[in-house]
Design a binder for this molecule. Structure first.
Ligand SMILES: [Fe+2]
Length: 565
């Protein structure tokens, strides 16, 4: 059975192809269009999944779309709104705050784009699918079921708590499910507007960053602040005296974050929001872990892009293993919809996702042509990994482009920039060169076989740490050897590499370790400021020039900038 999974066409549109329950190809439209978080209909990504698999639209049995039909979604919105009005009326909060919340919530509901256009987005999707002869095959899947399915069916864990948390989807802001024997059973939805995604998005915006894009910067900034200064005030917005889910009082109050941001240091505001987010989410995950007696937790939804939150969940005493779907945001929810539909129609056991190298790859001949047209100096290498390590030891920044592109937000060695993790100063000068502002240091990539020497409590997150989805505390050895990859709070967000998953990256790390004794490098994504990660060889060559990088190892070719030569 061939199921095409489609993310909502709002932001991060993406597609994935599931063949007989196995994810065989997936990519986001932004990588092809070169527009960050592109929400256009994913024509280019669709073409890619067909090109890669040799299948055609006629071979597709169903198109799983991670949303409910228009009328059903709006009905949930209205029911949620009515319940929230009743809840807010009795909640313990200041009257002015309640009023501000209700007025803004009412306004947002009435002005909701889907109301205004009466289902315009869904009509547009059908229209676009018609062009591919796929409109008749469309099946709607609840957004949060799709999120938890993405995590459950790729975790390899048979019995676990499956949690989704995001801003909004299908009238809800999250859900708790129990995954068991290949089936997902809803324990409790988290109705909108009780949204931790919205909570964090609002502070991102109030601190002057782009919502739905720069939340990761707030996570990094938080480590520099004092969480205790504003904790009580921010925490008081939540009502935690329930067993099913937290209530977010006056969630749509438009002034709260703005007032805090105007009066306090950004790092203290970020620190309080981060701590409250961690405490609220972890408290309810813990409650459900105790109620169900499960030992494993799997997560998806945009809130789980928060790597520090994920560490806190992994540290819940009863939790033995945590898995976060690598494309945890809405870019991955289409894949989840496809997996949920497969499970519904044919049954599906959870299988351990081996890797996310699911995107396009390019033949040597195509790379050679792009190089010849670039005017850059290059040569073919007989041993590209040794050349990479020689350059790293000479303290050159090495961009690496190789094999299939990663699916999801992280570059995992095939579209990455590598550098030794020895001097913390690299975070400043390399980010400046790439036109980025970051508060988190670059992330480390380490040999999997050295994980327990470098990262604390890593067994609980060993699978998910293949995908850079969680931070861990660093051991003294890691802090001493690779200080550039350790944050001020002593944590890092590792990628663990095994030989059988990425042989070339493994070989680079192994050679580097042999010559330095250190099994870790810095791995940051290969892209320029606010651009998507590079996809094709031409993107890599352009970013190489724009970033004034020193060395590019593209396939088996080595390119050196004229300044570095
Ligand atoms: Fe979502």
């Amino acid at each position: 059975m061939v199921i095409l999974g489609l993310s909502p066409i709002v932001h991060e549109s993406a597609v994935g192809l599931v063949v007989d329950g196995k994810l065989v190809a997936a990519a986001a439209e932004e990588r092809f269009s070169r527009i960050k978080s592109d929400g256009a209909f994913p024509d280019r990504a669709l073409q890619f999944v067909f090109d890669k698999t040799g299948l055609s639209p006629a071979d597709v049995d169903h198109v799983a779309y991670a949303a409910l039909p228009f009328a059903k979604e709006r009905l949930r919105d209205v029911v949620g709104y009515a319940r929230n009005v009743a809840y807010v009326a009795q909640a313990s909060d200041r009257a002015a705050t309640k009023l501000a919340h209700l007025l803004n919530y009412t306004r947002n509901l009435v002005l909701h784009n889907e109301w205004a256009t009466w289902g315009g987005t869904q009509r547009r999707i059908r229209c676009e699918l018609e062009k591919w002869d796929l409109a008749g095959k469309m099946v709607y899947v609840d957004h949060h079921l799709a999120h938890v399915a993405s995590a459950y069916y790729t975790s390899g864990l048979d019995r676990c708590l499956a949690v989704s948390l995001d801003g909004y989807g299908s009238g809800q802001a999250g859900s708790f499910y129990l995954g068991q024997g290949g089936k997902l059973r809803l324990l409790s939805p988290i109705p909108y507007p009780h949204s931790l995604g919205t909570f964090y998005r609002r502070v991102t915006q109030a601190l002057g960053y782009r919502p739905n894009r720069h939340e990761g910067k707030i996570v990094g900034l938080a480590a520099f602040g004092d969480p205790t200064k504003l904790y009580a005030e921010v925490r008081a917005r939540f009502d935690l005296d329930h067993e099913d889910y937290y209530r977010f009082k006056s969630a749509a109050d438009p002034w709260f974050e703005k007032r805090l941001a105007a009066a306090h240091a950004p790092s203290d505001v970020a620190a309080a929001y981060q701590r409250v987010l961690e405490d609220v989410a972890t408290l309810f995950v813990h409650k459900w872990v105790r109620r169900t007696g499960v030992k494993d937790v799997v997560c998806a939804g945009g809130v789980f892009a928060n790597v520090k939150l994920n560490q806190r969940i992994a540290e819940i005493p009863e939790v033995e293993r945590l898995f976060v779907f690598p494309a945890m945001s809405d870019g991955g929810v289409g894949v989840g919809a496809a997996l949920a539909l497969q499970a519904d129609l044919r049954g599906l056991e959870p299988n351990r996702l081996p890797h996310v190298y699911l995107g396009p790859s390019y033949e040597e001949e195509r790379i050679g042509r792009a190089l010849a047209a670039s005017g850059l100096r290059y040569r073919r290498s007989d041993d590209i990994e040794t050349d990479i390590v020689d350059n790293l030891l000479a303290r050159k920044v090495v961009a690496r482009f190789d094999g299939p592109m990663e699916f999801g937000p992280r570059a995992l060695g095939n579209r990455s920039i590598l550098y030794p993790a020895l001097e913390p100063a690299v975070n400043k000068w390399l980010n400046e060169r790439l036109g980025r502002t970051e508060f988190m240091p670059f992330a480390p990539v380490s040999l999997d076989e050295r994980a327990t020497e470098l990262y604390e409590n890593v067994e609980a997150v060993r699978h998910t740490a293949q995908f850079m989805t969680v931070t861990t505390d660093c051991t003294p050895k890691m802090r001493a050897e690779s200080p550039a990859a350790v944050h001020v709070d002593g944590t890092a967000r590792p990628q663990l590499v095994k030989a059988e998953i990425n042989p070339s990256l493994y070989k680079v790390l192994k050679l580097y370790e042999r010559r330095t004794g250190i099994p870790t490098l810095i791995n940051t994504s290969y892209n320029m400021h606010e651009e998507p990660i590079v996809c094709a060889p031409e993107d890599a060559l352009r970013a190489f020039r724009d970033g004034r990088l020193e060395v590019l190892a593209i396939g088996n070719y080595l390119v050196q900038s004229s300044e570095a030569a």
